[in-house]
Design a protein around this ligand. Structure first.
Ligand SMILES: NC(=O)c1ccc[n+]([C@@H]2O[C@H](COP(=O)([O-])OP(=O)(O)OC[C@H]3O[C@@H](n4cnc5c(N)ncnc54)[C@H](O)[C@@H]3O)[C@@H](O)[C@H]2O)c1
Length: 393
């Protein structure tokens, strides 16, 4: 995607209104590429000059085809997805429609409209399902579909396979083929991230971040949004003939390459906002039981009150079970080099928006929330203890 060689190259980003898709669009725009963002939601930030936003739904093939109309799109970055975190994780129907049906539509539109390259934003979760993985690589098999504890990961896995199987299929009306690859990122962070960090900060501010859980030696990974942007641009390049189509049909793990304990990763955010890092550590299985009860409660009452569960089961093991992957393949084949980032700019981002502890700030509200949390934990503890007793009989 060299702006000097092809100044008028056009790319389309599904999910371009979201956190990562928008950041990718801005980076490509700065390189002189014509960018079309396609999403059901407009970006929260101002769209820079030169970027086109098209409102549309990947569940409708006609919407995607409308976005391609009159454009010579040479690469699609298929970023749109649904159901990654919080209560969204529990809407199975919509998750399937967007992640599987939507991906089918995007692939079909590429073939019909002669788009030669597609980069899919997948996830670590296509391999990881709660088992310990240390320095895994791309030779690891997909997690069997029935072992996925959440529907988002299952459907991302189905979608990734569809994308990679579509590699080499013929583009309609030509003798050219579609080249595809998939990037599997760790948890994304960076300033302005909307999915995980504001929720974590709201828990910190409400006094709910009172404990950590799991083995302190457990290690996971994260990826800074700009490292992920870099990886996508390199992957798109690596699908081209002048790079020998090296990425064709290939998956790649992408992270910052620095395995870290989840809670230690968050420490600079907690302390940077002026709060005390928790000293209480609870067993992972207890918190899993707690999350399971929260999910059950959500399942029962969501039609009347669609509340945000404090934690889901998937979030518990993604946070507390060791899983990290090698970057060797991405380095060797894409030329990916993770740049060093930390949470300081994230802390500054929140502070600039009025977050951070000030004396007395929210203390009475925090007490109410802590009371509620402790009650729920006691219920989880009783359930956990009684199940342990039953299992030992
Ligand atoms: N955030 C993470 O930690 C993380 C980790 C691993 C993988 N991923 C993957 O990275 C990608 C981007 O994640 P993000 O954090 O920017 O998420 P995000 O929610 O900010 O972006 C996803 C975008 O997809 C859009 N979308 C949803 N349904 C759509 C539909 N039917 N039609 C068109 N657009 C639709 C949403 O409106 C949203 O703007 C996703 O594919 C996600 O699965 C994210």
């Amino acid at each position: 995607m060299d702006s000097q060689k092809s100044p008028k190259e056009t790319v389309l980003i599904t999910g371009g209104g979201g956190y990562f898709g928008f950041r990718l669009g801005c980076a490509l725009n700065q390189k002189g590429i014509h960018v079309i963002l396609f999403d059901i939601k407009s970006p929260t930030q101002t769209i820079p000059e030169g970027i086109k936003f098209i409102h549309g739904d990947i569940r409708h093939l006609s919407d995607i085809e409308r976005a391609f109309k009159g454009e010579d799109v040479t690469c699609v970055f298929h970023v749109a997805s649904y159901g990654m975190s919080g209560k969204e994780q529990l809407d199975r129907k919509l998750i399937e429609e967007v992640n599987v049906g939507g991906t089918d539509n995007v692939l079909q539109a590429c073939r019909r409209r002669g788009v030669p390259r597609l980069v899919y934003t997948s996830t670590f979760n296509v391999i990881f399902g709660g088992q310990v993985i240390r320095n895994g690589d791309e030779s690891l098999p997909y997690l069997p579909l029935h072992l996925h504890p959440d529907h988002y990961s299952r459907t991302k896995s189905i979608a990734e396979k569809k994308v990679l199987e579509a590699n080499g299929t013929v583009l309609e009306g030509s003798n050219r083929v579609l080249r595809t690859c998939a990037l599997r990122p760790a948890g994304i962070y960076g300033p302005g991230e909307q999915r995980h960090l504001p929720r974590i900060v709201s828990y910190i501010e409400r006094g709910l971040f009172k404990f950590v859980f799991g083995d302190p030696k457990s290690l996971v990974e994260f990826v800074h949004v700009d490292n992920l942007v870099q990886a996508h641009i390199l992957a798109s390049e690596a699908l081209k003939a002048d790079k020998g189509h090296v990425a064709s049909g290939e998956p790649y793990f992408i992270s910052d390459g620095r395995p870290v304990n989840s809670f230690e990763f968050l420490r600079p955010l907690v302390e940077g906002l002026g709060y005390t890092f928790p000293s209480v550590r609870l067993p992972l299985t207890l918190i899993y039981c707690f999350a399971f009860l929260m999910e059950m409660a959500h399942f029962i009452v969501h039609r009347l009150y669609n509340f945000q569960p404090f934690l889901t089961c998937t979030e518990v093991y993604k946070t507390g079970v060791t899983h990290y992957f090698s970057l060797e393949k991405a380095k060797k084949e894409l030329g990916y080099e993770a740049q060093p980032f930390d949470l300081q700019e994230v802390v500054e981002w929140f502070k600039a928006r009025g977050h951070g502890r000030s004396p007395g700030n929210g203390d009475s509200e925090a007490l109410v929330w802590v009371g509620l949390l402790v009650s729920l934990l006691v219920v989880a503890l009783l359930t956990w203890l009684s199940s342990s007793v039953i299992l030992s009989l």
